[in-house]
Design a protein around this ligand. Structure first.
Ligand code: ADP
Ligand code: ADP
Length: 224
């Protein structure tokens, strides 16, 4: 799979040019978008997730024209925004069953299989009976991923997922992403160099809405 962006630009109403001619091809694997606060990372993530439209440019997922075929594209997409997280008093398992049934998966056995798989991939099987509301930050982030997986997405976008996680939680979370990155396009943003160093197969540095560099972490951040 290739996600291909061509000359994507966005200026907000207040005159801030958040994206300035972003052109990049992103392949299967873990793609890290590294940049300081205000670089345009969230703007780029929201644009790819079709939550906001660019002023100009094109985005394709293989042959699918993302900006013209949003509904079709969204079926292939899992997007975890930066702020995520008010939960009712339900266990992870109950909530995932509920989300799966909202998606129209009415067959109990089928739903069970999908939910158990999502819990397993995100390492939450052991705590599936606990209330998500009582989860730690890292467990909540992993639950966010579990819930995305119910849709069987091809492309997963996570905005600054490690912000606020302690080192152990961060490590566990990145391992889950690494696992998922073996058969999906996973795009995640971060301002932490070590995040991309540790697990990305590919990365880009964004600043002032521009891609400053695009290469493997080895090539780009070896010295950082
Ligand atoms: P990052 O995620 O890298 O911190 P953002 O994409 O959030 O960067 O922001 C890029 C620039 O665009 C910043 O200057 C930010 O203040 C501005 N910006 C972001 N969202 C909006 C918005 N909805 N309206 C106006 N300006 C925005
Ligand atoms: P991030 O850390 O993801 O860049 P921000 O704290 O910059 O998030 O932005 C949080 C929310 O506020 C976003 O929805 C963004 O669109 C909006 N926002 C950010 N900067 C501005 C701005 N200068 N004017 C209006 N909205 C903004």
């Amino acid at each position: 799979m290739i996600l291909s962006l061509k000359n994507v630009s966005k200026t907000y109403d207040n005159g801030v040019k958040a994206l300035d001619g972003v052109t990049i091809d992103i392949h299967n694997g873990m793609f890290g978008l590294l940049g300081p606060n205000g670089a345009g990372k969230s703007s780029l993530m929201r644009t790819i997730a079709t939550l906001q439209s660019p002023d100009s440019g094109e985005i394709h997922l293989e042959n699918l024209n993302v900006l013209e075929e949003k509904i079709e594209f969204r079926k292939t997409l899992g997007y975890l925004p930066q702020e995520f997280g008010v939960y009712p008093k339900m266990s992870a398992e109950e909530l995932l069953h509920y989300f799966a049934s909202l998606k129209g998966i009415t067959n109990k056995a089928e739903r069970n299989a999908i939910v158990e798989k999502a819990l397993e991939v995100t390492n939450l099987s052991e705590v599936k009976h606990k209330h998500v509301a009582g989860y730690s930050g890292g467990m909540k982030q992993r639950f966010g991923i579990a819930q995305l997986l119910l849709n069987d997405p091809k492309l997963i976008i996570v905005d600054e997922p490690t912000a606020g996680l302690d080192p152990a939680e961060r490590h566990r979370f990145l391992n889950v992403l690494r696992e998922i990155g073996t058969n999906h396009i996973v795009i995640f943003s971060t301002h932490i160099v070590d995040d991309v160093k540790e697990l990305c197969t590919d990365m880009a540095i964004l600043n002032g809405g521009r891609i400053l560099a695009h290469a493997t972490p080895k090539e780009l951040v070896a010295g950082l």
